[in-house]
Design a protein around this ligand. Structure first.
Ligand code: GLU
Length: 281
């Protein structure tokens, strides 16, 4: 049984790139007679908004994409994130960190896929855990897990290289889990067998594979699809005013025709699909 999902964060209006991602995840499930799930990643209390969540449901219906089962809300699953963090703490793999973004950047040994890599400043230090972020001790985690493989339908067999991220944050100061922890746990809880998302998140899968090993979770396959980009290669961004789906829907455009155009890779002028974005060099 193939189970895919579309997992938007309701922190802005969906744009064409999201439509492409949703169509891809939907069609991969339908082609295999499988299930297509919808998960709203709404644990970022400062950025998530209910009106965006509502618009996402309407946008998908407008595109003709019906999901199976109830909509999953990450905000209802905080206990499972806390339990997983406790388990990793019990394994001696997490440590509290109070460094600010600026401090992380100032001491960083170099860039990582998510931004400046963390120098490990708080590792082994007595840090007040109250209100701190919790980071994964990457070296210990790798020693515990050993070598790991994962497989992407388009890019093929991969050896997990999460070390390039350094000690990633798994519990945020301002949210009960980081994207890495919440998405990995939810994909397992929802029985997702084919994690379908844009190639800009390709590198994140190295971290997710490691978390699956540490937490005894099933290992899915991945499908990182090419990303819709603007002329010059810039990612479409919610903030930069790329055409929003809700805007098109409310203007009376035909959503089914739009979804079919994306299937046929008929893209509006100025946009193209880039397969290289986010992929290993
Ligand atoms: N919530 C993430 C986003 O909107 C996507 C997560 C995923 O597909 O793994 O970018």
């Amino acid at each position: 049984m193939v189970i895919t999902r579309f997992a938007p964060s309701p922190n802005g209006a969906l744009h064409l790139g999201h439509a492409y991602a949703a169509v891809a995840a939907h069609d991969l499930a339908r082609a295999a007679g499988g299930r297509f799930l919808l998960r709203i990643e709404d644990i970022d209390g400062t950025r998530s908004r209910e009106d965006h969540a509502r618009a996402i449901l309407a946008d998908l219906a407008w595109l003709g994409l019906a999901w199976d089962g109830p909509v999953v809300r990450q905000s209802t699953r905080l206990a499972s994130y806390a339990a997983a963090a406790d388990r990793l703490r019990g394994m001696g793999l997490l440590y509290p960190c109070r460094c600010t973004r600026a401090e992380v950047a100032a001491h960083s040994p170099g860039p990582g896929p998510d931004g400046p890599r963390y120098a490990g400043t708080c590792r082994g230090r007595a840090v007040d855990p109250d209100g701190a972020a919790w980071r994964l001790d990457m070296e210990r985690a790798l020693a515990m897990a050993g070598p790991l493989d994962w497989s992407d339908d388009l890019a093929g067999q991969q050896q997990a290289r999460p070390e390039q991220f350094g000690d990633v944050v798994l519990v945020r100061r301002d949210a009960p889990a980081s994207y890495h922890l919440a998405a990995t746990l939810d994909d397992a809880a929802d029985g997702v067998t084919l994690v379908t998302r844009g190639a800009d998140l390709f590198m994140a899968s190295h971290v997710h594979r490691l978390l699956q090993a540490l937490l005894d979770l099933p290992v899915p396959r991945w499908h990182h699809h090419p990303l819709l980009v603007e002329a010059g290669g810039a990612k479409l961004a919610k903030r930069r005013g790329s055409p929003g789906l809700a805007e098109r829907r409310l203007a009376g455009e035909d959503g089914l025709a739009l979804a079919n155009a994306l299937r046929d890779r008929q893209l509006p002028a100025g946009l193209s699909l880039a397969s290289g974005v986010g992929m290993p060099a």
